[in-house]
Design a binder for this molecule. Structure first.
Ligand code: FES
Ligand code: FES
Length: 165
């Protein structure tokens, strides 16, 4: 039996379960997507103690005692800024990859609030998007970074359309 903190709530788990299934089916954290189940696409990316990890490659036993964060657990302001920035930049088409991209972006910006374009590119380099060609996602992350730093009013909350990640 072991404890896992997910988005600030501690859960006691008795079995060693597939982490992705447990997050999606038991906790209903459906932002965590199953794109490949093989550690290739990045759609299942979560933070484990602040590090980017692939939930499909982990089990509940492997994250015993750890703190996990999914998009659902981001602070409301960050959620809003990422959602608006991705919408504004046109970085969401089907949206399947978006939560994984946002988790990678959060990990980057927590460590480096003012990243270069190259650093943004590297932060999402292992995540696959079939729709956007990546440039708009990189622009969205740069925009979110500027807004989080308080340097940019480009995200006009009255004019951009809210999206749900
Ligand atoms: S579902 Fe985990 S990397 Fe694709
Ligand atoms: S927006 Fe469709 S996979 Fe990225």
């Amino acid at each position: 039996m072991f404890d896992i903190d997910v988005n600030g709530t501690v859960y006691t788990v008795e079995e060693d379960l597939d982490l992705l299934d447990w997050l999606r089916q038991k906790l209903r954290l459906t932002s965590v997507k199953n794109g490949c189940g093989e550690g290739v696409c990045g759609a299942c990316t979560v933070l484990v103690d602040g590090w980017v990890r692939r939930a499909c490659q982990l089990s509940t036993a492997k994250v015993a005692g750890r703190k996990l964060v999914t998009v659902e657990g981001l602070p409301e302001r960050q959620k809003e800024i990422f959602a608006r920035a991705f919408a504004k930049a046109g970085a969401v088409q089907c949206g399947f990859c978006t939560p994984g991209m946002v988790i990678c972006a959060k990990a980057l910006l927590d460590w480096n609030p003012d990243p270069t374009a190259q650093e943004i590119r590297e932060a999402i380099r292992h995540n696959i998007c079939r729709c956007t060609g990546y440039v708009k996602i990189e622009q969205a992350i740069a925009l979110a970074a500027r807004v989080l730093r308080g340097e940019d009013g480009l995200v006009d909350f009255t004019k951009t359309r809210a999206i749900t990640l």
